[in-house]
Design a protein around this ligand. Structure first.
Ligand code: ADP
Ligand code: MG
Length: 615
């Protein structure tokens, strides 16, 4: 039989390599920014259109390339950065694989203009799908400009896989941040669809962080410094009271390269033990310097993970350095002077445990508000409320009967509930609820036993409430006595600005949106003022992480996000009456079986099943 193995043509090999190197526009951003840094640029501009799908361009003032190098730079395994395998273990550059430009040129329209300082004229090369379209001499400033247009133009499947512009832009900005945070000695700017989103002058680390995340960040940072023989640590951790619900602002850099490390992350979080509220994450910006020979960057094609020779020592050093800083700056749970009530999570918040005598100023006090206690427990079981436990089952049993609404603005039709499991379930009137491990609510039903997950169940209840409020009833707003000013980072504000209109439909009133903060004068009636900041933060993070599909609706997302933020948590003890309310409200829902994110809300076990276990 004839031989059948053949070498793949270069452009096919390049496309395959591109699959590893280029996942999305932000991968192009990373490669181009890193090339500019490796070329010793001091000023780097990033220009993108349509979240990078149409254009990613990086202009630098670095050392440029000769005409020959310009042509060679698009060959696979063409690099000026390493010469021998040994160099791999002593890397001082970002790149070293020589794959990026070849890969990118295989799947986009690429234009390169470059000139070395000592040359009069530069070179321009146009490549499309690995084919050189033109190579000319041009007049161009010192440095390099590389434009990548129409990413994946020749691989429709990959192009279709790209997410919405909001999501892709988020990835691009993340990448930009990672690179910019690692190199405050370089000036960076980002232009998105023609407008300047970031302009970061040369500065120090602290100033760079502040320039990116907003002036408010400055007061949140606690410096961390530690110098040992194996490791130098510098940077900052965020004060515990500013910890966020999302993991957004957590950065490790090793030798000025952004890396991800669950292990080191654990070291930092454990240094925060006892200082953080449940479910929150401290911010950190930590710069580690180690001998390049003690790390292996080579284990991951996109190089965000690295291997350390001695992880255990790093772990211990990092943990103690962070602990030390927190201690030095007197950050301990009792010293909670600039406590911000906006950041309280009502369900974890228990004033009774606070025995320190201290003066409390209730900034949210509003003499015109009727019920002060609602501030503490702002989450009401809106589906008011079947008077007693057994009425639930009566309601379920005779399908025509409506759940009783007192003055509820929300109408839920229990006759829609075709939950067959419960059709014949009739509670014996003595049945009661029981809370198990502050997590499940257990009760007897006619056929056996019912176990409800309290967190998921409450999410379902709130979700349907919100949806109804948002879609059917439209927005009703609750005017705030004093406008609420909330600070966000630039990229969070970008997302908020995009959501502004939808949020206004839900009852938010924005009086001012600047580059640093938003001012809010009205919020949806169902949202307590003290929760607004957390809710918006959660919403932003949900939008960022959303995989938009055809059903993507901002109202739905908002309802889900609000429900998630406001639902009672696992671990929250519930009074009998609260347990009963929750059960009642759940079975008044249209789809009681699942949480808004499609997780099971309750299970049942029949007496038969139980009997079998006792054989
Ligand atoms: P790598 O960065 O791994 O070497 P790339 O494909 O990213 O591989 O780049 C190939 C080569 O092109 C680099 O080694 C470098 O010599 C040259 N190069 C790429 N971008 C620039 C730039 N902005 N300025 C100067 N030289 C560059
Ligand atoms: Mg490179």
């Amino acid at each position: 039989m004839a031989d059948i193995i053949q070498l793949l043509p270069d452009h096919v090999a390049n496309q395959i390599a591109a699959g590893e190197v280029v996942q999305r526009p932000s991968s192009v951003v990373k490669e181009l920014l890193e090339n500019a840094i490796d070329a010793d640029a001091t000023v780097i501009k990033l220009i993108i259109k349509d979240a990078g799908k149409t254009l990613v361009q990086v202009i630098d003032n670095g050392k440029g390339m000769s005409a020959t190098d310009a042509r060679l730079s698009f060959e696979r395994h063409a690099t000026s950065k390493i010469k021998t395998a040994d160099d791999l273990f002593d890397l001082h550059t970002k790149g070293f694989r020589g794959e990026a430009l070849a890969s990118i040129a295989a799947i986009a329209h690429v234009e390169l203009k470059t000139k070395q300082a000592e040359e009069e004229i530069g070179s321009s090369i146009v490549i499309e799908g690995s084919n050189i379209v033109s190579q000319e001499v041009v007049v161009t400033p010192k440095g390099t400009s590389l434009s990548v247009k129409n990413l994946f133009y020749n691989i429709p499947a990959r192009r279709n896989f790209l997410k919405s512009n909001t999501v892709e832009l988020r990835h691009v900005i993340d990448e930009f941040h990672r690179v910019a945070l690692a190199h405050p000695n370089i000036s960076f700017a980002l232009y998105n669809n023609g407008s300047e989103t970031f302009n970061l002058p040369v500065s120090n680390y602290r100033q760079r962080i502040v320039n990116i995340f907003g002036n408010k960040t400055n007061e949140k940072l606690v410096p961390v410094n530690e110098e040992t023989e194996v490791l130098e640590i510098s940077g900052f951790v965020g004060k515990p009271e500013f910890a966020k619900k999302t993991r957004g602002e957590q950065y490790f850099f090793v030798n000025n390269r952004f890396i991800k490390s669950a292990y080191l992350n654990h070291a930092v979080s454990s240094a925060f033990d006892g200082l953080l509220k449940n479910g929150t994450h401290a911010s950190y910006f930590l710069y580690l310097t180690v001998n390049p020979q003690t790390i292996d960057i080579n284990i991951h094609p996109t190089k965000t993970e690295i291997k350390f020779d001695d992880e255990h020592t790093l772990y211990a050093l990092l943990r103690s350095a962070v602990k030390h800083s927190l201690g030095q700056f007197n950050i301990a749970p009792v010293l909670d002077f600039d406590h911000d009530p906006n950041l309280d999570t009502p369900y974890n918040y228990n004033r009774s445990t606070n025995n320190e005598p201290k003066i409390e100023v209730d900034r949210s006090f509003n003499p015109f508000q009727e019920d002060k206690s609602s501030n503490r427990k702002p989450i009401s079981y809106k589906k008011e409320v079947t008077a007693s436990w057994d009425s639930l089952y009566v309601g379920l049993e005779s399908k025509g009967t409506k759940t009783q609404h007192d003055f509820s603005e929300v109408h839920f039709e229990s006759e829609n509930n075709t939950e067959s499991l419960f059709e014949d379930s009739k509670l014996d009137t003595n049945a009661t609820t029981y809370q198990l491990h502050n997590k499940y609510i257990v009760s007897a039903i006619k056929s056996g036993m019912l176990v409800i997950d309290q967190h998921r169940a409450h999410q379902r209840v709130l979700y349907e409430d919100f949806l109804e409020n948002l879609t059917v009833k439209g927005a009703s707003s609750q005017q705030l006595l004093f406008p609420l000013q909330l600070h966000f980072s630039t990229q969070e504000l970008e997302i908020l600005t995009e959501l502004k209109e939808d949020l206004e439909h839900t009852g938010f009133i924005f009086s001012n949106v600047t580059k640093e903060f938003v001012e809010i004068t009205g919020v949806p009636v169902s949202i307590p003022e003290s929760e607004v900041s957390i809710i918006l933060e959660q919403l932003i993070s949900d939008v960022e992480n959303e995989v938009p599909d055809s059903n993507f609706s901002i109202t739905d997302l908002l309802a889900k996000s609000l429900a998630k933020s406001l639902a009672i948590k696992t671990g929250q003890p519930l009074k009998k009456s609260e347990q009963e309310h929750l059960v009642n409200s759940l079975f008044a829902c249209k789809e009681p079986n699942t949480s808004p994110t499609n997780r099971t809300t309750f299970v049942t076990m029949s007496v038969d099943e139980l009997d079998k276990k006792f054989i």
